[in-house]
Design a protein. Structure first.
Length: 147
């Protein structure tokens, strides 16, 4: 009886896995709806508007992560996609003698609690100071996020 029940549970899990599998995607602002893009704030001064990387909902081993864990990773995320630069971002030649540290469309790393959080439809943005960008990266999936 126990073996039969275990087999049923395993079959249910396999069915759920097949129907609920979501492809891992890098969230790109150009894939956002126009209505959302129009509502995004325009950074002023030396600020940088970024869209934090959305973590995967399933581990490499196929285990779905609890919503609480995903939310913690989202809040503590240190990778983001640069959406827009303010008009004065990286213009201070004394502070940035080699030029801008990032540009629109780059993936960047920043401090865990840097910037202001702004809630939008379907997610969250961060508004960083230009000097809070620590590095640029090619792919946020290459960075190990630890809480």
């Amino acid at each position: 009886m126990a073996k039969k029940r275990a087999a049923e549970i395993k079959k249910e899990q396999e069915t759920k896995t097949k129907t609920e599998v979501k492809e891992e995607k890098i969230l790109k602002p150009e894939e956002l709806k126009e209505s959302v893009l129009e509502k995004l704030p325009t950074p002023t001064g030396y600020r940088v508007l970024v869209l934090p990387y959305k973590h995967v909902e399933k581990s490499k081993g196929g285990i779905y992560l609890p919503d609480q864990m995903i939310e913690k990773e989202r809040v503590a995320s240190t990778c983001a996609y640069v959406i827009e630069l303010g008009p004065l971002a990286y213009k201070d030649e004394e502070k940035f003698p080699t030029g801008p540290w990032c540009k629109k469309g780059d993936w960047v790393l920043f401090g865990r609690y840097s910037g202001s959080r702004i809630k939008i439809e379907g997610g969250e943005l961060r508004l960083l100071n230009d000097d809070e960008v620590l590095a640029t990266i090619k792919d946020p999936r290459d960075i190990l996020h630890i809480i």
